[in-house]
Each structure stands twice: as structure tokens, then as C-alpha cells.
Design a protein around this ligand. Structure first.
Ligand SMILES: [Mg+2]
Length: 236
């Protein structure tokens, strides 16, 4: 069994410093014309968010241009995350992960739009050890151009196979995320989706997007661990 957690607004929040850091990065490179206005970020891949900002700012959005913003973003995020209280784990997250590890029935993983270096930095800032997530799929790993979140679940199943030397049926993997993007990428490949309404979307919106279940938060440790660990019995 494989449980793939989204990061932003699922495991943790960063009080907007992620966007502030990208904005600082863009402005360091391109001046005040660099803008994040009107760019949707929730549930999207970092390379797509940066590409949209470059385009919106009237700048060239080649791969090297995106990589330059990425490198500067890394530096600025490190600084922003030192703001006391900016990054925090969401209610129930530490307890749920501890319980899932205690039961030891599932491989824990990450499936996120973050770049690895900045995603890991956010987790560390919240006291979440990224090494307990043995399958990690990051926002820069799509093999296609343009990249999309929908490309990521098969990579997660492939990494599971590489680690355990056996195939995992898609229905034995669950994506836990806060946006319809998380839900849709799971359902597009036959994975289960648990929506969590700690981001911009409600339980109803996440259910409407196709989630198998949606909850207000990850606070119900016994109920959620039972449901998350039920994939194999439910689908066997
Ligand atoms: Mg999210």
C-alpha cells in the first residue's frame, strides 16, 4: 500500500512566504515588472507557476529562464522560512504520520508540485522529516513538455516498484491532497483520492472533483488511519 501526500495546504502551510520568495526571486532577476498577479498556484506544479509568472510579466519563459528563477527562489525561500511562525504543520499531521508509521502497513510518500529542494525545506521548517517518505514525486519530474500533475502518479507507482521489487495495483495507492488537481491526478490513474479541505477548496468541491472521501482536516487520527490503511481490503 502506498500513501502519497501533497505538501502545501495538506501537510503544512507557509503563510504565503512561498509566493513571496518566488516574487523576490523574479524581481531580483527581472526587476519590478515581475508579477505574480492573477497567477493560480494551488495544486499546481512549481515550473508551471514560474512559467505563468514570466509570461504574465512579459518575459521570455524558456527552460533556462525558469531554472534561473528556481535557483533564486531556493535562496529567498530559505530566508523567508526563518520568519518565526511562517511555516507550520496542519492540525493532526504529526499525529497521523506517527500513527501510520506505528502501524507500518503502508509505504509513505510525497506527490507534490514543489521542487525537491524547496519542498524539503518547507517540510524541515515544520519539523516533518522527509526521510520517512520513501516514495517522493516532485513537481519537476514530469517526463513531458508541458509538464502536468497528471503525469506524476505513474512515477509514484514506478518508484514503489523500484523500492519493493513488485508492482502495486493503482487502487492500492492513495493521494491525499487539498485541491481538485490532487484528486483528478489520482482518479486519472485509478488511485484513491482523499481530499482535505485545509486549502482553498471545500469538502463539497473536493467530492465534486471525484474524491473517494473528503474531510475538513487530518485531525481524526484513528478514523483516517483506518480509512487510509483499508485500500487493500477494500479493493482486493
Ligand atoms: Mg496543496
Amino acid at each position: 500500500m502506498l500513501l502519497l501526500f501533497d505538501i502545501d495546504a495538506t501537510l503544512l502551510k507557509t503563510s504565503g512566504v512561498g509566493i513571496k520568495a518566488i516574487l523576490d526571486a523574479g524581481r531580483e532577476l527581472h526587476g519590478e515588472r515581475f508579477t505574480a498577479d492573477g497567477i493560480e498556484t494551488a495544486g499546481r506544479l512549481d515550473p508551471l507557476i514560474i512559467a505563468d509568472m514570466l509570461r504574465r510579466s512579459g518575459l521570455e519563459c524558456s527552460r533556462p529562464a525558469i531554472e534561473r528563477v528556481r535557483a533564486a527562489y531556493h535562496r529567498h525561500l530559505e530566508r523567508w522560512l526563518r520568519t518565526p511562525g511562517a511555516a507550520y504543520a496542519l492540525p493532526g499531521v504529526h499525529a497521523l504520520i506517527a500513527e501510520l508509521r506505528r502501524q507500518d502497513l503502508a509505504t509513505l510518500g510525497l506527490l507534490t508540485g514543489n521542487y525537491p529542494e524547496t519542498g524539503r525545506m518547507k517540510l524541515a521548517a515544520c519539523g516533518i522529516d522527509e526521510r520517512q517518505f520513501h516514495v517522493q514525486v516532485w513537481g519537476d519530474e514530469s517526463p513531458y513538455d508541458p509538464p502536468a500533475r497528471d503525469h506524476l502518479p505513474p512515477l509514484g507507482l514506478g518508484k514503489y516498484r523500484a523500492r519493493h521489487a513488485r508492482d502495486l495495483p493503482a487502487a492500492h495507492a492513495t493521494i491525499i491532497g487539498d485541491t481538485p488537481h490532487d484528486v483528478r491526478c489520482a482518479k486519472a490513474h485509478g488511485l484513491r483520492a482523499l481530499g482535505v479541505a485545509t486549502g482553498p477548496f471545500s469538502v463539497d468541491q473536493l467530492m465534486a472533483a471525484g474524491a473517494d472521501r473528503a474531510v475538513e482536516s487530518l485531525s481524526d487520527t484513528p478514523g483516517l488511519s483506518r480509512w487510509l490503511l483499508s485500500a487493500e481490503s477494500a479493493t482486493a
